[in-house]
Design a protein around this ligand. Structure first.
Ligand SMILES: Nc1ncnc2c1ncn2[C@@H]1O[C@H](COP(=O)(O)OP(=O)(O)OP(=O)(O)O)[C@@H](O)[C@H]1O
Length: 257
């Protein structure tokens, strides 16, 4: 049964893991459309949470829904109709081009066709690298290609694992602003994991996860503060507000506090 909901993803008392549960009984809602960021220390369960949505991680108990439909009831072959997942890295051992990478993914009807792939590359302003070898691109270019691949699936939910990791400041902002733009333009939901407070600040919804448990969830203004970040990362973080912008400062013994 499909229950229409203003949430694209819901977990209710869900326990998630692989051979055994890693994520405790979590209950969370992800609004649609939204740019949602999942923050948390290494190993806290961010990737596992994304993998539960694509049925790669196992749900041991509780309930999980995409688009109001129980994930249990969605056969794996139908998942591309709902969701596109992009891992943190993809390693292409063959000489695949950017266009090959984008068309090597499935949408709800089959493989992504070349016209759709080219249209998305143009939309993201990277059509000039369509015939370049993927494995010869910079990390920043690779990240944009993975976003293009997800977007070309036409799914209304894109799961991006660590889309801003290992990027310089300018490339990181290019990715962050691209994600913000695609959510605004297309009315889709992007759920991104990572360690990027700047991405969280520009998001609509932030989920802070620690030791497989939800520590806090809400709009960035309620989550990106000294108390929550200090507890989340177990260090003395101060969030300063300057000209309406939040800046992160970590107290330490080598700087004059
Ligand atoms: N395929 C797997 N089988 C069993 N355990 C796994 C598997 N993948 C991850 N884990 C374990 O699940 C826990 C959570 O890992 P996960 O990758 O979800 O964390 P994360 O928050 O995404 O971490 P990071 O920020 O380092 O990427 C870790 O203890 C990890 O060792």
């Amino acid at each position: 049964m499909v229950v229409m909901s203003s949430y694209i993803v819901r977990f209710v008392n869900a326990r998630i893991g692989y051979n055994e549960p890693i994520i405790k009984e979590i209950t969370l809602n992800i609004p649609r459309p939204s740019l949602t960021t999942i923050l948390g220390p290494n190993g806290s369960g961010k990737t596992t949470l994304l993998r539960a949505i694509i049925k790669y991680a196992r749900i041991f108990g509780g309930y999980a829904y995409i688009d109001g439909k129980s994930i249990d009831e969605i056969p794996i072959r139908d998942l591309p109709k709902y969701v596109s997942y992009s891992p943190a890295e993809i390693y292409s051992q063959m000489s695949l081009t950017v266009l090959d990478i984008v068309t090597s993914s499935r949408n709800g009807e089959g493989w992504i066709n070349k016209d759709d792939a080219v249209a998305v590359l143009k939309y993201l302003g990277i059509n000039n690298i369509a015939s370049k070898r993927f494995d010869e691109l910079s990390t920043g270019q690779k990240r944009l290609v993975l976003i293009a691949r997800a977007l070309a699936s036409k799914a209304s939910l894109l799961l991006l694992d660590e889309p801003t990791s290992n990027l310089d400041l300018s490339n990181k902002y290019r990715v962050i602003l691209t994600l913000r733009r695609i959510v605004n333009d297309k009315g889709i939901t992007v759920i991104a994991t990572g360690h990027d407070i700047d991405l969280a600040l520009i998001s609509d919804w932030v989920i802070a996860i620690r030791n497989g448990d939800i520590m806090a969830m809400g709009v960035p203004g309620d989550i990106i503060n000294s108390k929550i970040l200090s507890e989340l990362y177990d260090i003395d973080v101060e969030v300063l507000e300057i000209n309406g912008h939040r800046l992160i400062y970590v107290h330490n013994e080598f700087m004059n506090d």
